[in-house]
Ligand binder design. Sequence first.
Ligand SMILES: C[S@@+](CC[C@H](N)C(=O)[O-])C[C@H]1O[C@@H](n2cnc3c(N)ncnc32)[C@H](O)[C@@H]1O
Length: 497
Amino acid sequence: MVELIQHPYKYFPYELELAKREVRALLPKAALTEAANGLKLRGGFDPEIASRLVYFAGASDGDRYEPTLQSRLERVNGNGPNRQSTRYSAHGLHEYKGKFNPQIVRAILNILDIPVGSRVLDPFCGSGTSLLECVHLGMDAFGTDINPLAIFIANAKLAAISFPAAVLRADLARSIKRERSIKFPKKGRNLAREEYLLSWFTPEVFDAIERLRISIEEVGKPMSAPLLAIASNLLRDYSLQDPNDLRIRRRKSPLPEKPFIAAYEEAAAQFIGKLEDAQQVIGAIKPKSRAILTDSRELTARALGCTEKFDCALTSPPYATALPYIDTQRLSLVWLGLIPPSEILPLEAQLVGSREVRGGQSKRVLLDQLLRNAAGLPEAQANYCRMLQNALGESDGFRRQAVPLLLYRYFVGMAQVFSALRPLMRDGAPFALIVGGNHTVLGGKRFDINTPQHLAEIADACGWDHIETVPLQTYQRYGYHMDNAVTAEAMLIVRAA
Ligand SMILES: C[S@@+](CC[C@H](N)C(=O)[O-])C[C@H]1O[C@@H](n2cnc3c(N)ncnc32)[C@H](O)[C@@H]1O
């Protein structure tokens, strides 16, 4: 008899459900019974496989206790034993709205029983949580995203874990030393960028962030990306934007007293400490993985630069009423030189799930597309959007009037991603999506939009077989609040037909 012992922190109900599923998937021959702190297993135990479990701290047979890799990572990087750590290794490099917590990625890989050495694809990779977890588990992962900041952060994380933390520490010291002697270049300056930044930073802060950027860039690759990401993560706090508001508003609170450079040094030291702790457990890993800037609706093997098929895909797609990913990150995007200020709104409008309707996609055109089901979506989804359109009342304001059209456009975008991904996968390969439902009120009536169910049906029409939808009650993610009307989330599993 072996006992699998849970971590000391409190679990959400969905984590208890996923914990049982990962044991059943990885140790299918074991007979399970509940125990006070976890599960008892009779037969079918394999210590090496058990060390991959994410929601267990370790296994004990009465004489010996073997910790899981996860508990070793969480212990060294933890927030104390009573809180689940989500920032171990390079995970805490930069905040990102809607970021996965790393445990759920590992749970998905366990539940789908994806072997070491597999190739994994995340078509909405955001800040690269899934890529990092795959790399920790010895898998090659490719991620794609349309947001250049997401790609920057994801690749910065991959760079950070590739070298011993001491390299990053040395480059941090060099960047700080150089910063004092930086002279602003007289030529080659991008005035539109500077003017934009000066509208969001005081001249003193602007001077500090620019000096630091130039000094980090002079330090050079490979560590300039993680160091720039650490500085970028502090920008909103030091800007004239209200750092606590998802939308862009002018701040009322005073700026932090600590000089920017001191905050950078402190944040970098903290990050390097966590990286070092994780490297004591798993070492520095040079991954083949990378994040690629592309629109996943048009994803091809060529864009990925590889012809080998993928064994698994996993992702958390944007929501039907997505977060304003680009808008909230505009300071970082412009400061890092990833896009000119004039591109911010056009890029926001391109996101799957965007709430923006611009130019060629005016509401009239979208309405015509919906009424004709121009994209050839399954009739059930087109009819659902038409039903919402008919439910609109005169009292519904500008934003609500657009909801049925935006939902249709969202479904079309997701259908394009399902279709684009299918030829990149080996037959039978699983694709797991963490998807939230939404609700909206139209014509005074509340509608609960079962997005997971709609996406399952759309996937079925795009070369995938729907296998299962697992409800994940109370799964809370960083950066979501009620304004986004996200209700319960679910894990949708489909397979390449
Ligand atoms: C929920 S977030 C993913 C967060 C990610 N799991 C993480 O841990 O950081 C969804 C992502 O979809 C991206 N996205 C939206 N439309 C896209 C498109 N057409 N192609 C690729 N990525 C897109 C957004 O930029 C955003 O990063």
